[in-house]
Design a protein around this ligand. Sequence first.
Ligand code: HEM
Length: 468
Amino acid sequence: MWRPDGQACAADVDHDDLIPPVPAPRAQPLGLLALLRVLTRNPLEAWTAAHFEEPLVVGGLSVAPVAVVSDPAAVRRVLLENAGNYEKDWLQRRVLANGLTDGLLTAEGHQWRTQRRALAPLFARKTVQSFAPAMAAAADDLIERLARRDGQIVDLAVEATRVTLDVLERTIFSDGFGHDAEQIRLAMKTYFETIGAIDPFDVLGLPRFIPRPRRRRLRAALRLFDATIDAVISSRRRALSRGRDGIPSDILTLLLEAVDPQTGNALSERELRANILTFIAAGHETTANLITWSLYLLSRSRRWRARLQAEADREIRPGVDVVVDRLVETRAVLDEANRLYPPIAAISRQALADDVLAGVPIRRGTMIVIAPYVLHRHRKLWAKPEVFDPRRFLPGARETIDRFAYLPFGVGPRTCIGAAFALQEAAIVVAKVMRSFDLEEAPELAVEPVLKVTLRPRGGLPLRLRRR
Ligand code: HEM
């Protein structure tokens, strides 16, 4: 057990001390050109030892200062208490703008508030629970695909992406994309590959009119996506106009019916489209990474493989709905994977007015970075932060974790709306995989975590699976 002071009790000293791989922090910050190179290659390599030890580190240029904040009280101030003073910053909005403008992730002010109120019921606990059978069906398809490759090395990052897209397709459009399905999947792949790469032109703040070659492919993918979504929306609207009987209560229906309870306003056509794309963009790769990292960590820990297999054998029975709340140990592994490899490794904001954080004056315009990747490995906040130990998140220990030291889904008004959805999906998928397979780490595997909008293993996760 973990005690509130973060120390392990004596009974646990024989626990395997697995230290999963990450780039070593630098002794000194990089100069501008080297920094740009590293940001393009892998931003995780830019962190210095000071980031993992200090409550706040100021860097950047004097005209564009950046403050990396890891003091829980200061995190609370930026993301909750004084959240009105900290907007999503220009870099984040520029990277995310394509197709997502007018969606919940990028909206600000009145537009964001009204959308958040209208969309909250779509991700409420009960609604998310109603999606469990669709998630289980997608997980069963994954198991079938994997079973066909029994004993072979499979790229589990690719499979995790497939299953998360499958879940979104089944929960958003339960009657599918129809005859355009393959084309739509291809358009989505192009879209995510393009927004997935940080464009150095954007980092340098070059104006939008300077062409970015990869954006051309993106625009074509978006046009196809928009046209198909519009067709799906109109057909659902026509069906709804004939009455609610026989219409699925999927995310599309809930979205078309959503209204802001304060104003009674529904979403505009643009907002509908942007939010469908937002849920897919914000929900698939993040959740896929959570599943991928969890399976990777399990492949490295015999003890936790055995614990999760025992839990899955007990809790998952054919023909019976999975009760996700009973997957306690699976959830602890997911939480620990989210700590060590948070899919959204950094959250950023821009200060609208002067403020003071952790005793340091912050000038208006400063970019504030709250990096779950740094916060979750901070020496002052965690005992043995580099060690994989899901016991931190078992009941009795997890209550001792500072709410503002563990932020895989953010916190405050802009906290992830899909957190319960993601955790439920990942628990079902991981538990089903553990029930059916043994994971073996490929001996030649050298996993390198890389940050490309989300945190993932470079080159995928080739692992050998054997049917149990
Ligand atoms: C493991 C999976 C996920 C992780 C780690 C994750 C992480 C996050 C984080 C850190 C934020 C806050 C960003 C900020 O404050 O700047 C966020 C926001 C958001 N997430 Fe997630 N997310 C995940 C899954 C999902 C899913 C499944 C959906 C939807 C289906 C989703 C939809 C959103 C949306 C719409 C926002 C913006 C909320 C707002 O600004 O009001 N996410 N997510």
